[in-house]
Design a protein. Structure first.
Ligand SMILES: Cc1cc2nc3c(=O)[nH]c(=O)nc-3n(C[C@H](O)[C@H](O)[C@H](O)COP(=O)(O)OP(=O)(O)OC[C@H]3O[C@@H](n4cnc5c(N)ncnc54)[C@H](O)[C@@H]3O)c2cc1C
Length: 372
């Protein structure tokens, strides 16, 4: 039977990064992916993802974003391609809303470069916005977006070049402790390894049914702006905007259109196997509601829309931990709708846990014990 140092289950954003980080350390590592990398059934498709450092969710994420930014730059340099676009980010809302309060708290706590701007100044700098007088914007020059699908491909290509193996279209049925190691059973065979990393995204509960994870359906929309000029990269940054319609976010215009979504969308709990993938008028309306009043020229024809999945924990923080009863099995569920930007540093943490049993990164916030 094939013996490995580590087996990585799932080759999406986190599994791809883990495969690379384990493989580059010279370990014998096998990735097993039930579909093919780049598929549109999980959480990582849709071309781009926001990267932001003044983290509204909690200041403790800031050191991790910094580490991720360094690793994205390293990946760009090793892969010889641009993956991170630093457009700056504007986060907009009423001064007392969660997005603004949290963004300012992180920026102040970590002394991040930022500017708080009144509505008039936001509209002067970024004329596409039409904002009520009582809204403000927090400008943070280090934010931007990642080329998500290209980033996953770069990790996997470099992992394979470093000697990692990847089996695609192979479904892992079980992962269980076996002596001091693990046994992984798939629809094609059985493998043994010293350790396994479960990075199965929305399918994590297949392996750990008792975890408090909830998969939700999300929708990404690409709009044709009525006037494209104000939305061009260079004039229009990545944005997040909290209004009575929720938190909406979007990107500068690219060839596919103006990508805009509603964070958490309709908050529908779904099963990834049966989730409705078609996009409805209600989906479209939920996105349009957040832009009609604030970005009126963005509210043009819907060119394309895709569904995607968030895997939510009750507190919105990630799970990255060894399973307490069998620490040779490591679970990575860094989603809750904001995990992509961390993929390279999560890969590094997973490689640390798999190869050393510990990591120098602070993952205390992500431990399973918090659910006891
Ligand atoms: C619409 C949307 C917008 C988002 N926007 C942002 C953003 O702007 N910024 C940000 O940082 N994050 C964002 N996120 C979150 C981010 O995309 C996710 O945190 C991240 O993609 C999760 O990666 P993953 O590796 O856990 O899951 P995935 O990339 O889905 O990978 C899981 C993989 O496991 C495989 N798998 C599952 N079961 C098995 C099995 N039994 N055997 C073998 N393989 C299996 C699946 O096929 C899949 O390929 C967004 C997410 C969505 C859905």
């Amino acid at each position: 039977m094939a013996q490995y140092d580590a087996i990585v289950i799932g080759a999406g954003a986190m599994g791809g990064a883990a495969l690379y980080q384990v493989g580059r350390r010279g370990a014998r590592v096998l990735g097993i992916e039930s579909l093919t990398p780049g598929h549109e059934g999980g959480s990582s498709h849709g071309a781009t993802r926001v990267i932001r450092i003044s983290y509204y969710e909690h200041p403790s994420y800031v050191p991790l974003v910094r580490a991720a930014m360094t690793l994205w730059r390293e990946l760009e340099s090793t892969a010889g391609q641009k993956l991170m676009h630093t457009t700056g980010i504007i986060e907009i809302g009423r001064p007392d809303c969660e997005l603004i309060q949290g963004t300012l708290a992180s920026a102040r706590h970590h002394h991040l470069q930022h500017q708080a701007l009144d509505a008039k100044e936001v509209m002067r700098r970024i004329p596409a916005f039409k904002l009520p007088d009582d809204f403000i914007g927090v400008w943070q020059p280090d934010g931007g977006y990642l080329e998500a699908e290209a980033g996953i491909k770069a990790h996997i290509d470099l992992a394979l070049a470093a000697g990692a193996q990847l089996h695609t279209n192979e479904i892992v049925r079980a992962v269980e402790p076996h002596g001091t190691g693990v046994r992984v059973t798939t629809d094609r065979g059985t493998y043994e390894a010293k350790t396994a990393i479960v990075a199965a995204g929305a399918w994590a509960k297949t392996f750990f049914p008792d975890l408090p994870l909830r998969v939700t359906r999300q929708v990404l929309g690409w709009f044709k702006p009525r006037d494209p000029a104000p939305f061009a990269e260079g004039r229009f940054p990545v944005f997040m905007l909290e209004s009575p319609h929720g938190i909406h976010y979007g990107f500068p215009l690219d060839d596919a259109g103006l990508k805009i979504s509603k964070h958490f969308h309709l908050n529908e709990t779904v099963d990834p196997a049966t989730c409705e993938r078609a996009v409805s008028a209600a989906d479209e309306n939920a996105i349009r509601a957040g832009i009609a009043g604030y970005l009126p020229d963005a509210n043009g024809e819907l060119l394309e829309a895709k569904t995607c999945l968030y895997t939510m924990t009750p507190d919105g923080d990630f799970i990255i931990d060894q399973i307490p009863s069998c620490p040779q099995i490591i679970l990575a569920s860094p989603c809750s709708g904001h995990g992509f930007k961390f993929a390279p540093v999560v890969g590094e943490i997973l490689a640390d846990l798999a190869m050393e049993g510990t990591t120098g990164h602070d993952i205390s916030r992500f431990r399973l014990a918090r659910f006891n």
